[in-house]
Design a protein around this ligand. Structure first.
Ligand code: HSE
Length: 458
């Protein structure tokens, strides 16, 4: 049986353009393989220059959203406008007109997921969002379909292609941060406002969505501690590399005894960890289920065609009628639900990398390790390189200018065994109170592999 789906695509940028082309190129093949005929009836945008440049048929280009929404043959509206303003209005208008909506808009879902779910359910339509997390990776389906037999213990991974591209270019090609960011923008990975990528905001949007799906309740965005990569120092990337680690921006939602630990932060990954070799615009997400153990989802997390792949798969599921049935049972963004109970941030136990900036004087290393010992923190390794001797009157590279001294500081890198974060931060305060230690210690977690089947054992 052939099912025809009339489609209005709103927002013809990188992903919108790739989606329109994919719908054209694959129409016959998809109809043959699935029985669903994807009829792209409108491409709506205020500025259609890019659509014309792609050679999309003039007959379907329009600036009028009303025209598209009032066409009874349109049953699915694709929102690829982005942002949380007009995108939200248009989705609510589409629901009110009885249309299903497909969106890639993680910011909108992270802020307004419960409200949008409620509006869709009230209008008896569905909101599909596979493209919102991990680009082309079918991670949303994993939660609502493939893994439904499991209680989820943890979801964590690399979910921002721009940051991963920047870090990979800096590590593998010695590029500067700015060069690497420009490359990500040119390749179409970065958000319209790339600060959302590099400050961790985009990853927070995605973990708010995936965490809610994994643990069954909303995670308000303002409860997620977020640190991006913009302040990472190249020196730390190098020191970490010497010690066998690679730095990645990690988004996590991990079940703990007193709540779920949710965070976005740069972290060191041991070279033999499965996330260590995920490079460039690729994303990888580990999900731990109570029955299945560790599963990992890998693919291109950004860019036009990978994201279009997820968008079109949602339209096919809507056409087949499978997704609307599943959507009815999705309850994690029920606005009547309490937000997810989160763990106190300082309660997390893990290993850490510290870089202290210290005057190069006798006894300082001993004084620092004594403070760590007094705080019951066990040192795993120490790295300190020789620095050039200062000559009279010379100000060396590592000398803090405000110090008004010619004496150089030396970076001392320490990795710890597992320690509670609040205990570590309090020890660092004590260390920075020492006479020869400067403030601004670099603290990065070291990510170990999550244990399998932990949920069953707690
Ligand atoms: N800007 C995002 C990224 C695109 O770099 O991963 C996909 O959400």
């Amino acid at each position: 049986m052939k099912m025809t789906v009339g489609i209005a695509l709103v927002g013809c940028g990188t992903v919108g353009g790739a989606t329109a082309l994919l719908l054209q190129e694959q129409r016959d093949s998809i109809r043959f393989r699935t029985g669903v005929d994807l009829d792209l009836r409108y491409i709506v945008d205020k500025n259609l220059t890019y659509a014309r440049k792609l050679g999309l048929s003039e007959s379907i280009l329009t600036e009028s959203l009303e025209k598209a929404l009032s066409d009874s043959k349109v049953s699915v509206v694709i929102e690829l406008v982005g942002g949380t303003g007009f995108a939200k209005t248009l989705i609510l208008q589409a629901f009110a007109a009885g249309k299903h909506v497909v969106t890639a808009n993680k910011a909108l879902l992270a802020y307004h997921g419960p409200e949008l779910f409620a509006a869709a359910k009230k209008a008896e339509v569905a909101l599909a969002f596979e493209a919102s997390c991990g680009g082309g990776i079918p991670i949303v389906r994993a939660f609502y379909d493939g893994l439904t037999a499991n209680t989820i213990d943890a979801v964590y991974g690399i979910v921002n292609g721009t940051c991963n591209h920047i870090l990979s270019e800096m590590i593998q090609k010695d590029s500067t941060y700015d060069e690497a960011l420009k490359g990500a923008q040119a390749a179409g990975f970065a958000e319209a406002d790339p600060s959302l990528d590099v400050n961790g905001g985009d990853s927070a949007h995605k973990i708010a969505i995936m965490g809610a799906m994994a643990f069954g309740s909303p995670i308000p965005l303002d409860t997620i501690p977020v640190k991006g990569i913009a302040n990472l120092e190249a020196e730390d990337v190098l020191f970490g590399g010497e010690m066998g680690y690679v730095v990645k921006l990690i988004a996590s939602a991990v079940r703990g005894k007193k709540g779920v630990f949710v965070r976005v932060e740069p972290a060191f990954i041991p070279m033999d960890h499965p996330l260590a070799w995920v490079s460039g615009s690729f994303n990888a997400i580990s999900v731990y289920g109570s029955a299945v153990g560790h599963t990992m989802y890998y693919g291109r997390g950004a860019g036009g065609t990978p994201t279009a792949s997820a968008v079109v798969s949602d339209i096919i599921s809507l056409g087949l009628g499978t997704y609307p049935v599943q959507f009815k049972s999705m309850d994690f963004w029920n606005p009547d639900k309490k937000p997810l109970k989160l763990q106190e941030p300082g309660d997390i136990h893990r290993r850490y990398y510290l870089k202290l900036r210290v005057l190069d004087r006798p006894g300082n290393l001993g004084r620092i390790t004594t403070v760590l010992g007094e705080n019951a923190i066990s040192v795993s390794s120490i790295l300190q390189h020789e620095i050039p001797e200062a000559t009279d009157g010379e100000v060396l590279e590592n000398t803090p200018p405000e110090a008004g001294v010619i004496e150089p500081t030396v970076p001392i890198v320490i990795t710890t065994h597992r320690v509670k974060e609040s205990q570590l931060l309090s020890a660092i305060e004590d260390i920075e109170a020492l006479e020869d230690v400067y403030p601004g210690t670099t603290v990065l977690p070291i990510l170990e592999e999550h244990p399998e089947f932990r949920y069953l054992n707690t």
